[in-house]
Design a protein around this ligand. Structure first.
Ligand code: ADP
Ligand code: MG
Length: 248
């Protein structure tokens, strides 16, 4: 599963997002270099999912700037469909199409959005299913797989679009403990291959080992960020210390 697209940088500047009267993101600044892995941690409700959803335009920010690979995604004239093909997203709840086979799940967007031929799409899908260790399950339906296997299919599906950036929103939170490791090891492999990744996770061991940088969010702001071993091993802010004391 070689990635054909160059990894993207991500620039987020003074990002604000409100739902009605409630401001959920209160001026977020985050820069991610090409090939960098940033883990986003923080309590429930701190705005982590909203931030990821703004990056691939599942939500429209109220103000601020987001650039992926130097291209503004917050520009009103942006081609949302094109932009989304550059950004792979993996959710807590896999979101596979239950009526399609594993292979079809990994080919449908390639054919519809990237206009690849069925044969080419299948070849690329199988390469990616091979990479996540599930090529032999390509004819199965999602409900015939374990949660961990379904999440690996979701990763293969995202990778089949040749993304320049991968966003993961608590990808292992819905999994049985025994399948978490398989998903994390694929993410580890992707990181080692140089994919740019933003990962919301409560897996502190993963964050410490794999992330180049950890960003701690609370209440819609970035409270603290830095190298993973510093933020997790020696947090400076009381709110970070409190959060880590609860999750570690
Ligand atoms: P996290 O992922 O860190 O748990 P979220 O980004 O999901 O946090 O949510 C941040 C806040 O925004 C929460 O208070 C949540 O209730 C609120 N929120 C999220 N999505 C919506 C929505 N679609 N409408 C209204 N409020 C929302
Ligand atoms: Mg969330």
């Amino acid at each position: 599963m070689t990635s054909h697209s160059a990894p993207a940088s991500v620039t987020i500047k003074d990002l604000h997002k409100s739902y009605g009267e409630v401001e959920v993101l209160k001026g977020i600044d985050i820069n991610v270099s090409p090939g960098e892995v940033v883990c986003l941690i923080g309590p429930s409700g701190s705005g982590k999912s909203t931030l990821l959803r703004c990056v691939n335009l599942l939500e429209t920010p109220n103000s601020g700037l987001i650039e992926v690979a130097g291209h503004s995604v917050t520009d009103p004239d942006v081609n949302i469909d094109k932009m989304r093909t550059n950004v792979g997203m993996v959710f807590q709840q896999f979101n596979l199409f239950s009526h399609l086979t594993v292979l079809e799940n990994c080919t449908v967007a390639q054919i519809k959005v990237l206009k690849r031929s069925k044969a080419e799409a299948q070849k690329i899908a199988l390469e990616n299913l091979e990479k996540v260790g599930l090529a032999d399950k390509s004819g199965r339906h999602p409900d015939q797989l374990s949660g961990g296997q379904q999440q690996r299919v979701a990763i293969a599906r995202a990778l089949s679009m040749d993304p320049q950036l991968m966003l993961f929103d608590e990808p292992t939170s819905a999994l049985d403990p025994e399948t978490v490791g398989d998903v994390l090891s694929i993410m580890r492999q992707l990181a080692a291959e140089g994919m740019t990744m933003i990962v919301v996770t409560h897996e502190m061991a993963f964050a410490r080992d794999v992330a180049d940088r950890v960003v701690f969010m609370d209440g819609g702001v970035v409270v603290e960020e830095g190298p993973a071993h510093e933020v997790i091993g020696n947090p400076q802010h009381q709110r970070t210390q409190l959060f880590l004391s609860r999750v570690l």
